[in-house]
Design a protein around this ligand. Structure first.
Ligand SMILES: [Zn+2]
Length: 159
């Protein structure tokens, strides 16, 4: 019944793929940790995260073994990032957000597009200024408040 949270074990590496909605119906699976486990979340397919889902998510993370060597998140979309910026505990202490989507908007075409960014490349903010619209080739603007949206980087990127 856990079709939206899928766990794959690759030796000590545990890959958790999240698809669809995380809400009151989500069943958070029990993970079998070993003393050397590390966890990688792939959130590419997340489509909704509501307050019930957030509560469940945080208590699920609290069940993770304290011996886990690293908890990393990749392909984090706007749905997740906006909540991470607001709510403590969606990413565990010491957790790393490795890559995330940043949304762009073309005023002329009314087009929204998201681009995947590696957190390690985010120190240079000029990378967010050169996005061109696929339709009209005009400049696209960030569809979020840059400082507000990138707040998570301070806390959850590799130092
Ligand atoms: Zn355009």
């Amino acid at each position: 019944m856990n079709e939206n949270i899928n766990i794959d074990y690759d030796g000590a590496k545990i890959l958790i793929t999240v698809n669809g909605k995380v809400n009151e119906d989500t069943i958070f699976p029990t993970i079998k940790f070993t003393p050397k486990s590390s966890v990688l979340f792939d959130l590419n397919g997340l489509t909704l995260l509501n307050s019930c889902g957030i509560r469940g998510w945080i208590s699920w993370l609290n069940t993770f073994s304290k011996s886990v060597s690293a908890v990393t998140f990749k392909n984090c979309n706007r749905i997740f990032i906006e909540q991470v910026n607001l709510i403590e505990g969606l990413v565990p202490a010491g957790g790393i957000i490795e890559s995330y989507y940043i949304p762009y908007y073309c005023e002329k075409c009314d087009l929204v597009e998201s681009e995947l960014v590696e957190s390690k490349n985010s120190a240079d903010r000029t990378i967010f200024k050169n996005k061109k619209c696929q339709k009209c080739q005009g400049p696209m603007e960030l569809d979020v408040m840059e400082e507000k949206y990138l707040k998570f980087l301070k806390k959850y990127s590799k130092k």
